[in-house]
Design a protein around this ligand. Sequence first.
Ligand SMILES: Cc1ncc(C[n+]2csc(CCOP(=O)(O)OP(=O)(O)O)c2C)c(N)n1
Ligand code: SF4
Ligand SMILES: [Mg+2]
Length: 351
Amino acid sequence: MTYLAKPKLHHPDLPRNALGYTRRDYEGAVSTLCAGCGHDSISAAIIQAFFELNIAPHRVAKLSGIGCSSKTPTYFLGNSHGFNSVHGRMPSVLTGAALANRDLIYLGVSGDGDSASIGLGQFAHVLRRGVNMVYIVENNGVYGLTKGQFSATADKGSKSKRGAANDDEPIDLVMLALTLGATFVARGFSGDKPQLVPLIRAAVEHNGAAFIDVVSPCVAFNNHSGSTKSYDYVRDHNEAVNRLDFISSRSEITAAYAPGAKQDVLLHDGSTMRLRKLDADYDASDKSAAMAFLESRRAAGEVVTGLLYLNPDARDMHSMLATTDSPLNALSDTELVPGDEALAKVNASLR
Ligand SMILES: Cc1ncc(C[n+]2csc(CCOP(=O)(O)OP(=O)(O)O)c2C)c(N)n1
Ligand code: SF4
Ligand SMILES: [Mg+2]
């Protein structure tokens, strides 16, 4: 069975957000993934983030490719718009949807096979174009759905479940996203919800291309001791450079931190992102320093997590293309077909 309905009944006293919705209103169908799969924890973090952000589910469009990770949009935001595209092609479908209707909030969900292997070209262009979206890769270092082949993020030298060794260099999607011009770049771990939920919330609020690489162990094929994507490895080698608090424009800033330990970033909607710095040397606004830091920690075998880079002045694709403020489906016939005189003007301007 591919679809399991959840019982509609729930406790009348479940907490409600400012819109009057409970967390149940942000859930989807019952998951059919393997018990313990990291992807299910990411779905739970997405549900929590949208509930806390007070976003009505119908304002969200979730898009994905193919893979266990790309199946997950069925398991959250069941009342949102959704499109399960072709393997590695989610970014171009998302770009088209975002161009046609800028009023929706776009959430792209993908896997390491979907984005770093077959879809690498699409991954590159959607980030460099600054499409206003949250792009999450649920990164387990394998093709989980097709039974455990190495993906392009698999560790060099690691062994598959069947014993074959991987001789190829892995792609680090965070380094790539920084090079490609993503203006919000983070790494999380499916086993660390308190870190992941604020990262997702902040990414939704970011005006531009926001990328989150979430290490998400595949318990069926890549959770062994030789994998840097296993639960044990990430728990033992997770170096969080910062922790994020997210303060909406309506809330008072009350949290107190020691001087030098925090960094406030004001967002375009008036809300504030507060970074609690765990590593005093890490500066999330300095891209080249961030890249050098990430490379040195990777060489030491650490998995660096947190908000790794943020450009608070980012521009998104619509502002770069100077598109109309209205979604295309809200334009009238006269606006869409302005007539012969307007056409003559355009033609004259091109002569
Ligand atoms: C064009 C095409 N090629 C190959 C496949 C087979 N296929 C389906 S999912 C997948 C890999 C998925 O890996 P990943 O994106 O890492 O997702 P995971 O299952 O690990 O979450 C492959 C190769 C396909 N569906 N379509
Ligand atoms: S095969 Fe791996 S990625 Fe797929 S559901 Fe099972 S644990 Fe998750
Ligand atoms: Mg995978």
